[in-house]
Design a binder for this molecule. Structure first.
Ligand code: NAD
Ligand code: UFG
Length: 336
C-alpha cells in the first residue's frame, strides 16, 4: 500500500519511512529539502533494503502534488512537511503561516481532487498552550500557543476539524507529539539540525562531540523537583511506530486525536545525567536564565493511544540518549 509522506526526508519522516517499509507499506516522499538532504533515502535503503520513491517538490506546488497523485495509487498521506523552529517563527511569521498553513491547504485540496481522504497530521503538544492540570489529555480544550509555529499547528487542527464537519467521508488523525528525541539504532539516520540547535538533545550531543563548548540549562528556579523544566521525551522510533499504528487504526469516516508521549515527565538535569552515564564522562553545562516562552512542566496522558490503537512507548530515556549519541558520534557533521 502506497503512503505519501510529506517531509519524509526530515527527522521524524525518515524514521517513519523505515517503520513503514518494515511493516510492508510503500512510502513515497515529497520534500523540498529546505531542512533535509536527499542522501537520507540512501540511508533508509541501507537500513530497510528499499529506497522510497522521492519527489523533490514543495507541497505548496499544486502541480507537483497532482503529478504525484496521478503517477501513484496513493492510499493515505502522512503529513510532516512544515517549518518547526519555535523561535524563528516569531521573527518569520509570514513564512511559517505560508509554509505550514497554506502548504496544508494545497495538500488537502490535491488529496480531495485525487479522492485520497485519509490523512495523519503531525501536530504538537504546543496546541495545549498552558493548562492548569498535568498530564495533558486529548479531551482538554486547546489553549493559546504563544508563537506563530504553535498557532500554525492549532490552525491546521481546526482546518482539519472543519473539513471533517463538512465532509464526513474523510479519515483524519491528529497526532500531538510531545518531545521527540533519539535516532534509529543503526546510527544511519537521526536529527540533523542546521546551525545552532534549538532543542535540548541535539545541543547535548553537539557539546559532547566538541562542536559547542557548553550546554546552557535554561532556568534553575522553576517550581519542579530540581528547578529545571520537565518534559515528556519520546524516542523517535516509538513515535514512528505511532504513525503506523494510526495508519492501521480503523478510522474511516472519523476524526481522532491522540497524544504521542511516554506519559512520564523528565527534567533537563535528568536528561543530562542519563546522557553522562552513556557518554562515560561529565558533560560541560551551566545554568543560564530562563528561555522565554518555556513552560515549567508538562507531559502526556497517552492512555487513549494505548486503548484505541494498542500503541505505547517501549523505549526508555537510556535508549534515547544512547541512540542520539550513537547517531552524533557516527555522523559528527550530520548528513554530508
Ligand atoms: P524536519 O524539519 O526534520 O522535517 C520536516 C521536513 O519537511 C524537512 O525534510 C523539510 O525539508 C520538509 N519541508 C518543509 N517545508 C516543506 C514544504 N513546503 N514542502 C515540502 N517539504 C517541506 O522536522 P521533524 O522534526 O521531522 O518534524 C516533522 C513534523 O513534526 C513537522 O510538521 C513538525 O512541526 C512536527 N513536530 C515536530 C516536533 C519535534 O520536536 N521534532 C514536535 C512536534 C511536532
Ligand atoms: N533546554 C535547555 N537548553 C537548551 C535547549 C533546551 O535547557 O539548549 C531546555 C528547555 O528550556 C526545555 C527543555 O530543555 O526546558 C526542552 O527544550 P526543547 O527545546 O528540546 O523542547 P521544547 O519542549 O521547548 O519544545 C518542544 C518541541 C516544539 C514544540 C514544543 C511545545 O521542540 O516543537 O515542544 O510542545 F512546539
Amino acid at each position: 500500500m502506497k503512503i505519501l509522506v510529506t517531509g519524509g526526508s526530515g527527522y521524524i519522516g525518515s524514521h517513519t519511512c523505515v517503520e513503514l517499509i518494515d511493516q510492508g507499506y510503500e512510502p513515497i516522499i515529497v520534500d523540498n529539502l529546505c531542512n533535509s538532504k536527499e542522501v537520507v533515502t540512501d540511508r533508509i535503503k541501507e537500513i530497510s533494503g528499499k529506497r522510497p520513491k522521492f519527489y523533490l517538490g514543495d507541497i505548496r506546488n499544486q502541480t507537483i502534488l497532482e503529478k504525484i497523485f496521478n503517477e501513484n495509487e496513493i492510499d493515505s498521506v502522512i503529513h510532516f512537511a512544515g517549518l518547526k523552529a519555535v523561535g524563528e517563527s516569531v521573527t518569520k511569521p509570514l513564512e511559517y503561516y505560508d509554509n505550514n498553513i497554506y502548504g496544508s491547504l494545497v495538500l488537502l485540496k490535491a488529496m480531495k481532487k485525487a479522492n485520497v481522504k485519509k490523512i495523519i497530521f503531525s501536530s504538537s503538544a504546543t496546541v495545549y498552550g498552558t493548562q492548569p492540570i498535568i498530564p495533558y489529555v486529548e479531551t482538554m480544550q486547546t489553549g493559546e500557543p504563544t508563537q506563530p509555529y504553535g498557532r500554525s499547528k492549532l490552525f491546521i487542527e481546526k482546518i482539519l476539524q472543519d473539513l471533517f464537519k463538512a465532509e464526513k467521508n474523510w479519515s483524519i488523525t491528529l497526532l500531538r507529539y510531545f518531545n521527540p528525541v533519539g535516532a534509529h539504532s543503526s546510527g544511519l539516520i537521526g536529527e540533523d539540525p542546521q546551525g545552532i540547535p534549538n532543542n535540548l538533545m541535539p545541543y547535548i550531543t553537539q557539546v559532547a562531540i566538541g562542536k559547542r563548548p557548553s550546554l546552557a540549562v535554561f532556568g534553575n528556579d522553576y517550581n519542579t523537583p530540581d528547578g529545571t523544566c520537565v518534559r515528556d521525551y519520546i524516542h523517535v522510533m516509538d513515535l514512528a511506530k505511532g504513525h503506523v499504528a494510526a495508519l492501521n487504526n480503523n478510522n474511516a469516516n472519523n476524526i481522532q486525536i491522540f497524544n504521542l508521549g511516554s506519559g512520564k515527565g523528565t527534567s533537563v538535569l535528568e536528561v543530562i545525567s542519563a546522557f553522562e552515564t552513556v557518554f562515560g564522562k561529565k558533560l560541560p553545562w551551566h545554568f543560564a536564565p530562563r528561555r522565554e516562552g518555556d513552560l515549567p512542566a508538562y507531559w502526556a496522558n497517552a492512555d487513549k493511544a494505548k486503548q484505541i490503537m494498542g500503541w505505547q512507548t517501549k523505549l526508555q530515556l537510556e535508549d534515547m540518549v544512547k541512540d542520539s549519541w550513537n547517531w552524533q558520534r557516527n555522523n559528527p557533521q550530520g548528513f554530508v
